[in-house]
Design a protein around this ligand. Structure first.
Ligand code: Z5A
Length: 208
């Protein structure tokens, strides 16, 4: 069976982690080998970079440094984890990927999308997700969910407008690339979202 690169993206508290656990179980029941991972992170160095990116004491990080750190973690992740797993026939389920850079560093912080595209090309070459599930929900709903988890990290302390701009970029990218992206209404109850996500995966399994 072919490996597939599936990314799950979306705003704060959209339910990415929750749904990836269901997706993993579903695909394994269907006989797939699955590797679940996340960004920023996914490798020992990537997890250290994640701690720098999310850590409170780095509130003054420049946008250039933030973006390059995202891609430094991604470079490790792509070469050490994602490409080898795909080559071994695994379904790779990745909690956030480059759409998040376009949304947060591009939409949220105002970095030019052309600059992000240059880094994407450099770090990933031709690697792009086969399927991206965009878990979309109103920003206040997601922030309320995420807020119940504990102290806010460096991103979670941003203003609502920052997340609204990120959401707009996510939705624009997804609507311009319907072959890759599926927008899932993540404001609905967990089990409803799960059913829709599993239906999408079932369609992809049919393609193999
Ligand atoms: N970032 C970036 O700027 N640029 C990049 O290139 C990348 C990332 C890759 C960390 O990401 C930050 O990195 C992120 C963007 C930035 N910050 N922001 N914003 P992250 O993915 O680790 O952080 P996150 O977005 O804060 O993830 P999260 O809040 O953990 O959300 P989630 O995984 O989507 O949600 P969850 O943990 O599954 O669920 C959250 C809670 O909601 C939990 O209590 C669930 O039980 C509940 N939940 C889930 N689904 C539902 C439904 N359907 N109904 C009701 N309640 C639900």
């Amino acid at each position: 069976m072919l490996g597939r690169f599936v990314t799950v993206d979306g705003g704060e508290g959209a339910g990415k982690t929750t749904q990836i656990a269901f997706m993993r179980a579903y695909l394994e029941r269907r006989g797939c080998r699955v590797m679940a991972t996340r960004e920023p992170g996914g490798t020992p160095l990537g997890e250290e970079i994640r701690a720098l990116l999310l850590g409170h004491r780095h509130g003054g990080m420049t946008l250039t440094a933030e973006t390059l750190l995202m891609f430094a973690a991604r470079a490790e992740h792509v070469e050490q984890v994602i490409r080898p797993a795909l080559a071994a026939g695994c379904w790779v389920l990745c909690d956030r990927f480059t759409d998040a850079t376009y949304a947060y560093q591009g939409g949220g912080r105002g970095l030019s999308l052309e600059r992000i595209a240059v880094l994407e090309e450099w770090v990933q070459g031709t690697l792009r997700p086969d399927l991206t599930l965009l878990l979309d929900l109103p920003v206040p709903t997601g922030l309320t969910r995420a807020g119940k988890r504990g102290p806010a990290d460096r991103f979670e302390r941003e203003e609502v407008e920052f997340f609204e701009r990120a959401r707009a970029v996510y939705l624009k990218r997804a609507s311009h690339d319907p072959g890759r992206c599926r927008i899932v209404d993540a404001s609905r109850p967990i089990e409803i979202v799960r059913t829709e996500v599993e239906t999408v995966l079932a369609e992809w399994l049919e393609r193999d």
